[in-house]
Ligand binder design. Sequence first.
Ligand code: MN
Length: 729
Amino acid sequence: MAEQLLTASGAPAVPVTYERLRAELEDSGRAYDLAMIDRAYALAEKAHDGQRRRSGEPYICHPLSVAMILVELGMDSESIAAALMHDVVEDTDVTLADIQTRFGAEVALLVDGVTKLTQIDFSNVEDRQAENLRKMLLAMSQDVRVMIIKLCDRLHNMRTGDAWPEQKRRDKAKETMEVYAPIAHRLGISSIKEELEDRSLRYLDPVGYQNISNLLQERSDDFLKDVCRTIDAHMAQNGITMATIRHRVKSVFGIYRKMYMQSKDFDEIYDIYAVRIILGSVAECYTALGLIHDMYHPLPNRFKDYISTPKPNGYQSLHTTVIGHEAIPFEVQIRTWDMDRMAEYGIAAHWKYKAGISGSDGKLEERLAWVRQLLESQRTSSDATDLLSDLKSDLLPEEVFAFTPRGEVINLPAGATVIDFAYAIHSAVGNRMVGAKVNGRIVPIDHPIVTGEIVEVLTGPENRGPSRDWLNIVKTSEARNKIRNWFKKERREENIAEGKAALERELRRNLMNIPADQYNAFMETLARRNRCNTVEEMYAAIGYGGLQMARLTPKLKEEYQKLTAAAPKPVTIDFKRTHTSDGVVVEGIDNCPIKFAKCCSPLPGDEIIGFITRGFGVSIHKKDCANVQSSLRQPENADRWVKAWWDDASKENYKATLELTCMDRVNLVSDIALALGDMRVPLYSLNARTTDQGRAAISITVGIINTDHLNNVVSRLKKVRDVVNVARS
Ligand code: MN
């Protein structure tokens, strides 16, 4: 019955009515829930009342026809009810909630699934996206019945597609060819697959389609039935009584593919007509082959023994092509029942082989093979055990599919996050990611992708990198590797910066001042001496720790000596004010370590001068220090004196030691401490001892800010009772 209705020769002339559908249900011998189907029809008829299809028919004809195809496929009551109502949510006032209330969750789920698939328009997908789309649709139709209803919906639309304008016909045909026919093929509903292909071809290449149809019509395939009868009788005469013999005519599109894509002439296609003989044993297969070759003339080079030498995918059969009494060649396939099942439902690789599907979705194929078997048993079983309702298929539990805003499909493992999505687009997108929107709303960065979501990656500036935390969030190794690579590369840059800074610190520590015009050459020489190809490489090595400063410094000093020997003039000083961390500015030297000379202990406010020591930075003296005056007179030291100022902005403390001479008494020390406390002057050390004649000598070290401050402290201390004198030590 199914084959008769699903042939490509044209839509059934009689429009489907509910009476016809109901008769078909009753005749099927299965226990359908007719009451529910009646209610579904009543709802759909009322909802679509007044609506018409483009062809002018009442709209209800369409859901009725879809339901009819489902009955022919042997689908269950819920599928039939859902098919009758499949367009009401999309096109009428009826809501999904209404259907849920009146028909339950199962039917509602099916209607909802079909509605969702209908809302997606894939008419302009690129070829490379087609496989992902097919997989995504399968994943979206959580229940495989959703996809089957959708296929029947598409089939009926294609049957009545003549009512569409030219462009819509072509768009729908292309989409059908690229997305829906391959899905039908995978689900093993070959009758639907072939009709979808043939009807699509009719719109995509009307001339090619018509040519082949004409060629097929010129020759009736009636001879095939005679052939089957003749073979059956001949085999029975020769002791093979349990043969099952089937025949088929190749689809228009199947022939088209060979003629136009493999450039064959119609007469060169020998498997347009085929007879399949299924037998009980391998021995019978070879016997049957002999009988066939007795009866018909075999074409040379057309015999294939796939029983002794199976195809790589495990397919087994004997193939031969013979010429019958009408001089029309036909292919004969002979196999056992086991081989037939294997060929029909068996290994995933078989389908891949035939459909040219690449990729490693073996699991999907296995699961689809299982779906296919269930469909087949559903079609042939007479009881109404709801095999299909067990098919909460979840066909692709380990994969998810999401869209970019431009409609590209990104395929990811289940559990993958928006970060994985960003890196799947491009590493540059991932590295710049700052957040993501899913279906227009901002989501957390660890949001796991759900199939069908539209994900928009929000990006920041180019130099923005990933976060190390992401390594714990991402699910794909692709994203993980790209993040690691970024850090490796980025760490190199960090290393270079770090190494350069360390080398510059070392130069300052040694008070080496390399003239700007010789800097690059100096560094290049130094890099070569340290076996680095480039200066950057040397910096990176220092930053990384591969080149230790202790090993580098001797070479650095040697090179510096060569440099200064070549240019014997004293180190030139560039006259910019640079700051030290100790509140002193030393002319021409940036951030050098300084110390305050013990001979004169300069304090802020004092006039100062710096002396470049050998290896201990710059020592700061008071300008009127006696040592300074004598040193300046020595010629070998004169060049080493540099100008220095107090950094006015500094608020740091300086330590000053004061010697107090006092009359000793009880509480003297605590009175001094209180006086300092009142002035908020920090006291670092205090040393008191009695001297002769009832006197005490007290030495204190305090923190002061500058000379004025010190003078204030001194005069205040002098006011403490029994303090005789205060002097700077
Ligand atoms: Mn529809």
